[in-house]
Design a protein around this ligand. Structure first.
Ligand SMILES: NC(=O)C1=CN([C@@H]2O[C@H](COP(=O)(O)OP(=O)(O)OC[C@H]3O[C@@H](n4cnc5c(N)ncnc54)[C@H](OP(=O)(O)O)[C@@H]3O)[C@@H](O)[C@H]2O)C=CC1
Ligand SMILES: Nc1nc(=O)c2c([nH]1)NC[C@@H]1CN(c3ccc(C(=O)N[C@@H](CCC(=O)O)C(=O)O)cc3)C=[N+]21
Length: 287
């Protein structure tokens, strides 16, 4: 029987822990850690994530500040807002929801956020720290994946971990965290020639692609642990449905453990964001 890795329950536990630490922080500093979330435009999926984030922020006892900007916001208006949030001492974490509308530069926005408030861990300075093994703010989705894997497996050391996808926000940081956990890591992507064969040698498979149900049963070695990062909206029997990058029902005969979609990596991402906001506030207040 395959183990279902329950991201929702684990995320609830993390948020409860964060809430306790936030209470202690408030007593000590007489300050409420605050997260500013910036959403540009009307992307409906982004809207759902932002609302989930705000709900979890409140459960954690953190303050949430939402900035909804219109689709036609200019780069200089966005720069101005980030500059203001960087300087505002009552704001401890800043998250600009990606992707941005095409006329705005993502690298410019990521670099504009002061690294101490960069709760996504996307700023080049924080990426450099992650790669050299001195992380403070670790990207939330990769962190959530590693926490689930460590809960599931006694020892990651020496395991062959295959990561499908090489984006800056998911694939690359996950690969770095797996390397730090002493896995042997292979990153595969759209130009990889023998992807199925490489995946079949994986003890741990992380799918972060954005292709609904791409990973099939014959791609897997029996006993593999699968982390499905993909969040894809498909239409099934006329209804909208959320599925991962892994053919969940098809692969269960091969997996030792697997994360479902929904209820897997998604809730863990948000729980880790709460933890990062508290961590950022602790650093800013010198503890
Ligand atoms: N659960 C969560 O909290 C989160 C979920 N996501 C989800 O994770 C998924 C990946 O997100 P993200 O990394 O931002 O996506 P990107 O589109 O930035 O990256 C996708 C990666 O997958 C690779 N790829 C695409 N098609 C194939 C293919 N057919 N075979 C092999 N590799 C392929 C691309 O290769 P190449 O580089 O060669 O183009 C690229 O490296 C999405 O479904 C997204 O919604 C994202 C963030 C958080
Ligand atoms: N700067 C930035 N940081 C991000 O971390 C970031 C981002 N931009 N842009 C979009 C992606 C995607 N992402 C998700 C977070 C939670 C769920 C989540 O909670 N999903 C629920 C279901 C939610 C639903 O019903 O749609 C689940 O999987 O159970 C999903 C996706 C964070 N991202």
């Amino acid at each position: 029987m395959t183990v279902m890795i329950d991201g929702k329950t684990l995320a609830d536990e993390i948020v409860q822990h964060v809430a306790q630490d936030v209470s202690a922080f408030k007593l000590k500093h007489k300050v409420t850690p605050a997260l500013a979330v910036v959403l540009v435009g009307e992307d409906p999926a982004s809207g759902v994530y932002v609302r989930n984030k705000i709900k979890r922020t409140e459960q954690s006892g953190l303050q949430s500040i939402a900035h909804y900007l219109p689709e036609n916001t200019t780069q200089s208006e966005l720069d101005e807002l980030i500059d203001q949030l960087n300087r505002d001492e009552s704001v401890h974490g800043i998250l600009v929801q990606l992707p941005l509308p095409a006329h705005l530069s993502e690298p410019r926005v990521i670099e504009a956020i002061t690294p101490v408030k960069d709760v996504d861990g996307f700023h080049p300075e924080n990426v450099g720290k992650l790669v050299t093994g001195q992380p403070v703010l670790v990207p939330c989705t990769p962190l959530g994946c590693i926490i689930m894997l460590k809960r599931q497996m006694d020892d990651l050391s020496g395991k062959h971990a295959v990561v499908i996808g090489r984006s800056n926000i998911v694939g690359k940081p996950i690969a770095n965290l797996l390397l730090q956990a002493d896995c042997t890591v292979t990153l595969v992507h759209s130009r990889t020639q023998n992807i199925e064969e490489i995946c079949r040698s994986a003890d741990i498979l992380v799918a972060a692609v954005g292709q609904p149900l791409m990973v099939k049963e014959h791609w897997l070695k029996p006993g593999v642990v699968v982390i499905d990062v993909g969040i894809n909206q498909i239409s099934l029997d006329g209804k909208r449905k959320l599925v991962g990058d892994v053919d969940f029902n098809g692969v269960l005969s091969k997996t030792a453990a697997i994360t479902p979609v929904p209820g897997g990596v998604g809730p863990m991402t948000i729980a880790c964001l709460m933890q990062n906001t508290l961590t950022a506030a602790q650093h800013q207040l010198g503890c």
